[in-house]
Design a protein around this ligand. Structure first.
Ligand code: AMP
Length: 156
């Protein structure tokens, strides 16, 4: 079965983590190296539509993924963010958590990261999409860090 991220069909080679209700996805247009997404398997736009078990699983997954992302991309902190609805800057109408490795000085003004996350402000065309091969390579490298959970989900 195809994996859906909002309206997009995701190739399983982009998935590096699977839990009961969520999956980890490498990003088509990361704002920095190591910017990944944690996505509920159920394709719903808003956080409020998830069950308590799904919310819990999503944030435990974000915590596990964040630990690896921070360590492996030489971060000292993380930005963990959700744009929950179009007025908050959400462009893909499938609830998801951004996990982004951070270190001092990575953005000149720290909160500028939120301008970049908001694709309605910074034009996507400035940031070319990565190739399927680049994304598959990153996902393949990440999977072993997650043990049994480092497997690609192949859809409902
Ligand atoms: P948001 O603007 O908060 O909805 O974030 C959407 C995120 O999804 C951005 O980081 C995009 O780069 C990312 N994205 C869009 N399409 C894909 C795709 N096909 N595969 C992986 N990431 C994607």
């Amino acid at each position: 079965m195809p994996v859906k991220f909002g309206p997009h069909l995701i190739h399983t080679s982009q998935i590096f983590f699977t839990s009961q209700f969520s999956f980890g996805l490498v990003n088509l247009k990361p704002i920095t190296t190591g910017h990944v997404l944690v996505v509920p398997k159920r394709n719903v736009p808003r956080l409020a539509e998830l069950t308590t078990d799904e919310v819990s699983d999503l944030f435990v997954s974000a915590q596990q993924i964040g630990k690896v992302i921070e360590r492996e991309f030489d971060g000292t902190s993380l930005t963990v963010a959700m744009q929950d609805g179009p007025a908050a800057g959400q462009t893909v109408a499938h609830c998801h958590v951004h996990v982004i490795p951070r270190r001092f000085g990575d953005w000149k003004i720290n909160d500028d990261i939120y301008e970049e996350l908001d694709h309605t402000k910074i034009d996507n065309e400035e940031r070319p999409p990565r190739t399927k091969e680049e994304m598959a390579h990153e996902a393949e490298w990440l999977r072993p860090f997650f043990g049994d959970q480092g497997v690609p989900w192949d859809g409902y």
